[in-house]
Every structure is written in structure tokens, then in C-alpha cells.
Design a protein around this ligand. Structure first.
Ligand SMILES: [Zn+2]
Length: 205
């Protein structure tokens, strides 16, 4: 189900035209985003890398992870990155009624200070989106890295991302264990290559 949807971005885009799928395409700027953290293994490494490269990014956090690792969350904010709400328990919108879903986002908002929201799996009902749109700007993506895929090599992950990047792109990576190998290979190379090509890195807004 998930993969079928992700391969049909045109359809989701038509359903949700108010969501942000990509930023200004006139500027040579891209937007790195990391979903599902913060977790010590992955987020610490990501923050060290971004600091070393002098690059800012946006972290769509799971509220329950922020509850467990408040210091990591603080570090994200203190180092100048943006944060976004990704529900408290990583809920799939399609499988939860609107009240339960919205309540889970509100619970997460006690831990995550942000007016940005990204639905887990990109799956959200129109009723849920309508509700959240009054308080949040919903940030989607136009480049899905596939870092979680176990059937591709890190090099393939990197090459696929580089093929899809264009000015204004929002790139989706993960801060979870499943994506470690591909993410750790791809992100540093991508930053170096895009800098070489004259790209800047922005935070979602
Ligand atoms: Zn997620």
C-alpha cells in the first residue's frame, strides 16, 4: 500500500495542493529532512555530520522519542536546525480515525515546538489534513531517498537521490535503525556533491 502511494505522487499532490512538496525552484537550494528520530544511534551521528559540513536540516520528530531523549531534541534546536511534528506514536492516518489522529498530534506538540507537520508514511485522510491545516503547515517531499530499503546498495541509494534532486527539492531521509547503512553512506556524499554544484541548504518553514 505504502509503496504504491509513494509511486503515485501526482495523485496525492492533486488531493492535497496546500501541502508543501517543494520550495522555490528558482533558487539553487535543497532541504534535507530526517524523519522518525530523535534516537541516539542515528540522530547523534547526523548532528555531528551536519555540524562538520556546516549544513542545517529539518527533523520531523516522533513525540514519544523526544519524551525519551529530550537532550537530543534540545541539541537539534540549539544547533539551529528546524523541527517538525511527526505524531506522537508514528500513526498511520488511514488506519486511525480523525479524532485519535489529531489527539496524537496534539500530544506530540507538548514535546515538539513547531508549526510544521509531516504525516508518517505520507498517509493522511482529507478530514485529518483539513483539521491540521488550520494549525500546521504540512511538509511533504519530492525526493524520497529509499534509505530504508534493504534491497538496494548504499551506492544505488546515493545515485537514485542524485538523479532526482533539483532546485527547491525536499529530500526525505530517516533517523531509524533500518535506514542507517544507506543514510550514512548517502548523506555526506550528497552534501559534498551538491555543494560542489553550487547548492545551498535550507530549513523547512
Ligand atoms: Zn516516519
Amino acid at each position: 500500500m505504502r509503496l504504491r502511494w509513494l509511486r503515485a505522487p501526482g495523485l496525492i499532490k492533486r488531493l492535497f495542493p496546500d501541502f508543501v512538496w517543494r520550495y522555490n525552484s528558482d533558487e539553487k537550494k535543497v532541504y534535507l529532512t530526517f524523519d522518525d528520530g530523535p534516537i541516539p544511534e542515528s540522530t547523534m551521528w547526523t548532528l555531528d555530520l551536519l555540524k562538520e559540513k556546516g549544513v542545517k536540516a529539518t527533523f520531523f520528530c516522533v513525540g514519544d522519542n523526544v519524551r525519551k531523549f529530550p537532550d537530543l531534541y534540545r541539541r537539534i534546536v540549539e544547533e539551529g536546525h528546524a523541527v517538525g511534528n511527526h505524531t506522537h506514536n508514528h500513526l498511520k492516518g488511514w488506519y486511525n480515525n480523525t479524532q485519535k489522529y489529531v489527539e496524537n498530534v496534539i500530544l506530540a506538540s507538548e514535546y515538539i515546538d513547531s508549526k510544521l507537520f509531516r504525516p508518517p508514511y505520507g498517509l493522511i485522510k482529507t478530514s485529518q489534513a483539513k483539521y491540521l491545516s488550520t494549525d500546521y503547515k504540512v511538509i511533504m517531499w519530492d525526493v524520497l531517498s529509499g534509505d530504508y530499503r534493504q534491497d538496494i546498495t548504499p551506492e544505488r541509494c546515493y545515485r537514485d537521490v542524485m538523479k532526482k534532486v533539483r532546485p527547491g527539492s525536499i529530500l526525505l531521509f530517516h533517523n531509524h535503525l533500518k535506514s542507517e547503512k544507506n543514510m550514512r553512506y548517502t548523506v555526506p556524499r550528497l552534501i559534498d556533491e551538491l555543494k560542489q554544484q553550487g547548492y545551498d541548504f535550507g530549513i523547512c518553514h
